[in-house]
Design a protein around this ligand. Structure first.
Ligand code: SF4
Length: 354
């Protein structure tokens, strides 16, 4: 829980963005009973409830749904992973890695001391997570796995069995040397984290950032269907969430503030599409909503100089979007994507941030 300008804010961490239909239903109910009737999708694939009036009731609901497995490690279970892994494409199914890494983090008392901003990334080889610049990451390359620090290749290659132990070892080392750093990129020399392992290929290259979510009808490798839905400005109405949960299928929240409803038979997917699209979820990959994002702004954030979501909505309505644009209420520029334009609220209107 954090205190925000519009009341208490509850953040639920979903390693790999994975959430069951029953868990989503529980959070939708909590949002309508005790919050502001919405669930916010974050750029870490988590969910937030705002305007929480009864914090213990929300905590109880999350606990009962199995979403708070570790009181000591809740803030540090920050894992993003390729959202379509194991269903479409990719070189390896990294979902078991997510589960194993989450368990390893929770089992290590020292890792409870990680800064809450420290982020682990698991990329199944398609390159969608590698460009996010996570603090420590693993990216599948053929039958080996590249170890990344702050989104850069260390030149170190791992066997699959080494991934989880290596990532947790790097996190522990970060705790030892971090000083006042919150993120790996703030270290003077991030390679100190891996000084005990030899690089076997040239180090240093990064991955281009992916800024658009997978949307629309996606045929899985097993013949079933995943539906990818963009959620305008990452704000999912509790009612929309209830309809998604009613499909009773696994859901993945992506780092692009969208969601995937997975493992659907064709007829179910067809019906779900017809129900969810009129409710405001976006399945059209040409929609301008895929290119517009915003921080929470006013009234949710006291630092904001404007209602940035209203401004972003106005821009979409006027169809003036070219490239990705992100609106923020102050210079902190929360949630800014790695590419595109960022517009900052000022007393005299919005100006582009350079
Ligand atoms: S960018 Fe500023 S106004 Fe927006 S959420 Fe962050 S601190 Fe608040």
């Amino acid at each position: 829980m954090h205190q925000a300008a519009d009341g208490a804010l509850a953040r639920l961490r979903l390693p790999g963005g994975m959430i069951t239909a029953a868990q989503l239903q529980a959070l939708a109910h909590a949002a309508s009973e005790f919050g502001n009737d919405t669930l916010e999708l974050t750029v870490r694939g988590n969910l937030q409830l705002r305007g929480v009036r009864d914090a213990p009731a929300v905590a109880d609901a999350a606990q009962a749904a199995g979403l708070l497995p570790s009181p000591t490690h809740e803030r540090v279970r920050n894992i993003v992973a390729s959202p379509l892994s194991g269903r479409v494409g990719g070189l390896v199914d990294v979902r078991p890695w997510v589960t194993a890494l989450d368990a390893a983090i929770q089992a290590d008392p020292a890792l409870a001391g990680l800064p809450g901003r420290f982020l682990f990334g698991l990329d199944d080889g398609r390159g969608d997570i590698s460009g996010l610049g996570t603090d420590v990451g693993a990216t599948v390359e053929g039958d080996r796995v590249a170890l990344l620090l702050a989104g850069r290749d260390t030149g170190i290659r791992l066997g699959i069995d080494e991934v989880v132990p290596t990532l947790t070892r790097v996190a522990r080392r970060f705790l030892e040397i971090r000083g006042k750093a919150w993120r790996v990129r703030e270290l003077d020399d991030p390679t100190e984290l891996v000084s005990d392992v030899a690089a076997t290929v040239p180090a240093g290259h990064g991955w281009p950032p992916v800024t658009r979510p997978p949307v629309g009808w996606i045929t899985q490798d097993d013949g079933r269907t995943a539906l990818g839905a963009a959620v305008p400005l990452g704000v999912l109405q509790a009612r929309q969430a209830e309809f998604v949960a009613a499909i009773e299928a696994p859901v993945v929240i992506t780092p692009w503030r969208s969601l995937l409803v997975c493992d659907l038979a064709e007829g179910v997917a067809d019906t779900a599409l017809r129900v969810l699209a009129p409710l405001g979820l976006v399945f059209d990959e040409n929609s301008p909503w895929l290119d517009v994002s915003a921080c929470v702004g006013s009234p949710g954030c006291e630092k904001s100089l404007a209602d940035v979501r209203a401004e972003a909505t106005r821009v979409v309505d006027e169809a003036t979007v070219t490239g990705h644009v992100h609106y923020v209420g102050c210079e902190r520029a929360c949630g800014s994507p790695p590419t595109g334009q960022v517009f900052v609220a000022t007393a005299a209107g919005f100006r582009e941030r350079r």
